[in-house]
Design a protein around this ligand. Structure first.
Ligand code: ZN
Length: 507
């Protein structure tokens, strides 16, 4: 067994290096590559993808995993190894299982159909007409059903797809937390709506981009983004990518009249990067040196973005500097008014523009619909009607057309089913982690106010980052907080914060 483990580690190391090579050229494609370079770049990426797939699914990898006793019942194998070795076996088995069970014909067909679907979706969205996308989506749902059957699952086909993004989690676990969350959020949104909105028009004024950039950079530097181990560049869509142990790249975009959007995407991506950069020395350089799930990853980005970046202590620290930089735009705007603008809650149709209260409702909507489509309870042709009906129930508003409703996200056209829940799980994990953090750091608020972010980052490293993928998300959550994922922490956080912003008591 020992020898098999040594050999499996070698394979894992090769995969790790190949994936980072892939990430490097993808990062370049999204940032600095001239447009004409795209054709060969796509070929390079496809070639690497093929090599990775071959290496991962080779008979040799299968033999090593079998020799270690890894199977569906015991993915971590049967050997008596330390936690990080068992985790490496478990994660290699998971990747091997997912990749080797999908026939090449299905993978090729999925790539072909998503190519067609993307074009159809762009056109359908432009014309606000779901019927132009309906057939493509039906095909994608069918292929995803087939994919789930091939990979295998115990309860619901959704489980096999969700596992691609939130390893080891099931749809029924998500339901357990989304159920109470949906009701409480809808109720909170209704109370906020009744409270009335402050005037926040100053936030839509023009804020020069060079000043936004220098402010945004100084904030993430203070939070702890190390310039010798990472870079911040511009890209069409903000993202974080890891190119190596000491090389994590983040990207952002700025708009003159959306000053908060650029700043918070800097902080958000910085949160992702700090997680990747914080893995322990014992797992550096192998496949465990990364975030354990997209949900936990989002907990790190959203913690910094929403719970720190949109908090009162944070703006007590930064508002004077912000006001100095943008004196005309913020003339006569008090700290309190600014804080309210940063935390404005308005039910809207578009998920990516949603605030932290309504965001979860957008996700619950998508999760319910995806599950129903996959099980066949919902026909693709009935999807737009169902979308509008549930949006009305959850958010109290009805989209004026399909572009504003069911066609707004790119995910389904790209074949991604089972991805959406991870965004919301991130908020829930973040609030639960923060609750534990606050009992360890009693001067949490003043640490933020004084810019002692190292105190907070050290806690995150010690409790979460250092473990990388050693513990699956649910186990990590129990280790950090002493219990399973519990939506009450997030609800309590929102209730108390937005009572402050909107004066809800008594409403
Ligand atoms: Zn993110």
């Amino acid at each position: 067994m020992k020898e098999s483990l040594v050999n499996l580690k070698k394979t894992a190391r090769t995969l790790y290096l190949l994936e980072h090579t892939q990430a490097t050229i993808s990062w370049d494609q999204e940032t600095y590559m001239p447009e004409a370079g795209n054709e060969e770049r796509s070929e390079q990426l496809a070639l690497l993808e093929g090599i990775i797939h071959q290496k991962l699914t080779s008979p040799e990898t299968g033999r090593l995993l079998a020799a270690l006793g890894a199977d569906d019942e015991k993915p971590e194998g049967k050997g008596d190894f330390p936690d990080e070795d068992k985790a490496l076996i478990r994660e290699m088995f998971r990747s091997y299982r997912r990749a080797s069970r999908l026939p090449e014909s299905l993978v090729t067909e999925m790539a072909r159909q998503t190519g067609l679907a993307h074009t159809a979706w762009v056109n359908a969205r432009k014309k606000a007409d779901f019927s132009l996308f309906e057939e493509n989506l039906s095909r994608i749902i069918e292929l995803n059903r087939e994919k789930a059957e091939k990979i295998g699952y115990k309860e619901h086909p959704y489980d096999a797809l969700l596992d691609g993004y939130e390893p080891w989690m099931t749809a029924s676990q998500v339901e357990t937390v989304f159920g109470p969350l949906g009701e409480k959020l809808s109720d909170l949104v209704a109370r906020i709506k009744a409270a009335g909105q402050p005037d926040v028009s100053f936030i839509e004024k023009n804020y020069p981009i060079d000043l936004q950039d220098s402010f945004g950079r100084s904030v993430i530097k203070e939070i702890g983004f190390p310039s010798d181990r990472g870079r911040l560049d511009l890209a069409a869509h903000p993202f974080t990518t890891t190119l190596g142990v000491n090389d994590v790249r983040i990207t952002t975009r700025y708009h003159e009249n959306l000053v908060l959007s650029g700043l918070f995407s800097n902080i958000h991506e910085c949160g992702h990067a700090l997680y990747e950069l914080g893995v322990g020395k014992n797992i550096q350089g192998n496949i465990l040196a990364s975030g354990v799930s997209l949900g936990i990853h989002e907990s790190q980005s959203r913690f910094w973005e929403n719970m720190i970046g949109r908090s009162m202590p944070f703006w007590e620290r930064y508002y004077p500097e912000f006001q100095k930089l943008f004196s005309k735009q913020t003339e006569g705007v008090s700290l309190d008014s600014f804080y309210k603008a940063v935390n404005q809650v308005v039910p809207s149709f578009i998920r990516v523009e949603a605030d932290e209260v309504t965001y979860g409702l957008h996700i619950i909507l998508r999760f319910e619909l995806e599950k129903a489509l996959l099980s066949g309870e919902l026909e693709v042709s009935s999807l737009p009607g169902e979308w509008n009906r549930r949006t009305k129930e959850l958010l109290g508003i009805v989209p004026k057309d399909d572009a504003e409703g069911v066609l707004q996200d790119v995910h389904w056209s790209a074949g991604l089913i089972g991805y959406f829940p991870t965004y919301s799980l991130g908020n829930l994990y973040a609030a639960q982690f923060m609750n534990s953090m606050k009992s360890d750091i009693p001067d949490f608020d003043s640490a933020i106010r004084d810019g002692r972010f190292d105190k907070i980052l050290d806690w995150l490293r010690g409790n979460i980052h250092q473990y990388g993928m050693i513990y699956p998300a649910d186990e990590l959550c129990r280790r950090v907080t002493g219990e399973n994922l519990n939506p009450e922490y997030f609800i309590d956080y929102l209730e108390s914060k937005y009572d402050g912003v909107y004066g809800l008591r008594g409403n």
